[in-house]
Write a protein that binds this ligand. Structure first.
Ligand code: AP5
Length: 221
């Protein structure tokens, strides 16, 4: 790949997926979500999916080996040459170092790591209200992002919606704990490299989108 590499860091519910999809639309970058890739592996019943399912439902992090194998396969696909928004990856120091090595193989490095800064308490409400169109995957929220016509997806007109198995209140607490213990230290890792930016992600979705657009628009191609 030769395009830009932008990382979105932030706890569960910070808005990584929401904003990664908007950055895809705005800048033609490819959203690469390890959570989505793992959920697809679970649905397909692959060996990686079978190993990941119970770990994800408990709110813990899936093993680095599994995640890195899935990411490496996805990064080898041709569309990634447009540049990527990494959503939910890296999440551990081991993953961050492996990403550096993978990019170095093609003379690249991380262009920007953007930390979406939020309060833990608000994250529980965001996750509890989240649901997704079963047809096209468009994301909604019971309070913060409703379809224009109740019960009908704005994007594809679908009327069936799903909620994630790990979006129960007790699992969200474990996911936040895993974030603070294993992922939050990456903020200092990228800060030390001089490529960290912070965005107030307590603002509404449109304001966060504008802040990210200013940052991503300013990162050289
Ligand atoms: P993953 O799928 O990555 O989930 P997550 O990090 O827990 O993040 P979420 O998808 O819950 O939240 P988000 O930040 O994308 O927020 P969203 O935009 O949806 O990972 C799931 C699991 O997979 C992990 O627990 C782990 O087991 C495993 N995994 C994945 N990657 C891994 C890795 N690299 N290593 C190891 N394990 C890994 O927004 C949430 C809701 O809020 C939505 O309803 C949205 O509409 C709403 N919303 C968004 N922004 C705003 C706003 N500004 N104001 C109000 N509402 C908003």
């Amino acid at each position: 790949m030769a395009g830009r590499v932008i990382i979105l860091l932030g706890p569960p519910g910070a808005g990584k997926g929401t904003q990664a999809r908007l950055l895809e639309q705005d800048f033609g970058l490819i959203q690469l979500s390890t959570g989505d890739l793992l959920r697809a592996a679970v649905r397909e019943g692959t060996a990686a999916g079978l190993a990941a399912k119970a770990v994800m439902e408990a709110g813990a992090l899936v093993g680095d080996d599994i995640v890195l194998a899935i990411l490496r396969d996805r990064m080898a696909e041709p569309d990634v040459a447009a540049g990527v928004i990494l959503d939910g990856f890296p999440r551990t120091a081991v993953q961050a170092q492996a990403l550096d090595r993978l990019l170095a193989e093609t003379g690249q490095q991380v262009d920007a790591a953007i930390s979406l800064e939020v309060d833990d308490a608000a994250m529980v409400a965001r996750i509890a209200g989240r649901h997704t169109c079963a047809g096209c995957g468009e994301g909604y929220h019971d309070d913060f992002r409703r379809p224009a016509v109740a019960g009908v997806c704005d994007r594809c007109g679908g009327t069936a919606f799903t909620r994630r198995a790990d979006d129960r209140a007790e699992t969200v607490g474990e996911r936040l704990r895993a974030y603070h213990a294993q992922t939050a230290p990456l903020i200092a890792y990228y800060d030390a490299r001089g490529c960290l930016a912070r965005v107030d992600a307590m603002a509404d979705i449109a304001e966060v989108r504008s802040a990210l657009a200013r940052l991503v628009g300013g990162v050289p191609a």
